[in-house]
Ligand binder design. Sequence first.
Ligand SMILES: *[C@@H]1O[C@H](CO)[C@@H](O)[C@H](O)[C@H]1NC(C)=O
Ligand SMILES: *[C@@H]1O[C@H](CO)[C@@H](O)[C@H](O)[C@H]1NC(C)=O
Length: 355
Amino acid sequence: MMERWRRWLVVGIILIGFVSASEGRELRIKHGDYNHIYNHTLAKILVEYASAVYMSDLTALFTWTCSRCDDMTTGFEMIELIVDVQNCLQAFVGVAHDLNAVIIAFRGTQEHSIQNWIEDLFWKQLDLNYPDMPEAMVHHGFYSAYHNTTLRPGILSAVQRTQELYGDLRVMVTGHSMGGAMASFCAIDLTVNQGLRDVQLMTFGQPRVGNAAFASYFNKHVPNAVRVTNAHDMVPHLPPYYTYFPQKTYHHFAREVWLHNAGIGSLVLMIEKVCDDTGEDPTCSRSVSGNSILDHLTYYNVELQAETWGSCRIVMGNKLVHHRIDEAGNIIMSKNPTAAILQPSIQADTGINSI
Ligand SMILES: *[C@@H]1O[C@H](CO)[C@@H](O)[C@H](O)[C@H]1NC(C)=O
Ligand SMILES: *[C@@H]1O[C@H](CO)[C@@H](O)[C@H](O)[C@H]1NC(C)=O
């Protein structure tokens, strides 16, 4: 009991403001022992990358001049932007010099209706054995979106080029929603198959991706993982967790950080609760019903969705970036990592591209 109160009271960074006031005052309360697990400032930076990767004007995104390419991400050096057109997937790799880190960001779904996509999540089966890990099951659609598309080769090559120039920068992987699921598979791939150390993962509103055996494998290999969940966001509740089938059900990996408001009179406290290390802390997002799509689309006041829903829209904004698209339709814009300003060159990619 004491422990729980300590968490509730001490852990959060608490925003205090009057309900009617438009701007709250941010008060920093001591973080207790959770500093090494969750860093509020870093979360606010990474959520901006997770938001920018939704932009559909590839030129503006590649040159980091898009409307979401500013604020805490100013100065980002884009290395590679990958668009798997057939599967409507998008990701980028670049260097955040202020963080001394390689950032890898994955876009969430851009289907015609986020509602349909979410409803579909109820029915996702655990239908693929995770390679080389007995008992570990994952959903093949999430797995394949990263492993079996143009994204993985593009990302691995960009990370390698970046490290050749800058040395061993730490790698931070992020994404929202379905992008968080792909980011998770990327983080464990970089660790287990590429031998990178200290890969950091932070996702926003991601669904469950595998079973309990996969979650414990994941926790072991990617201990520096934070899954941020927001209030009543539906997606982290899906695919469902069945308490009466603990061995057979989907199971989140650790560690959740649950954002929610608590009102005390006319005060609203924004609480960031660092949850336990089970992945399924019943006192975090699971203590409320997941009934909100709106809570899925905004984290830390940052919008996490495409500007317009609909088809997989691609815009090549201006003349700066020339492009060729092959029969498969995939686009890779890439440049060598260097602080110097280079004319970006684009190569069409012929990789595999079906889920
Ligand atoms: C949190 O992250 C920011 C940005 O990377 C960094 O400047 C700061 O030192 C970190 N704080 C702690 C306590 O690690
Ligand atoms: C990967 O894609 C290939 C070709 O489309 C397909 O045959 C294969 O089943 C896919 N693998 C997985 C794990 O989905």
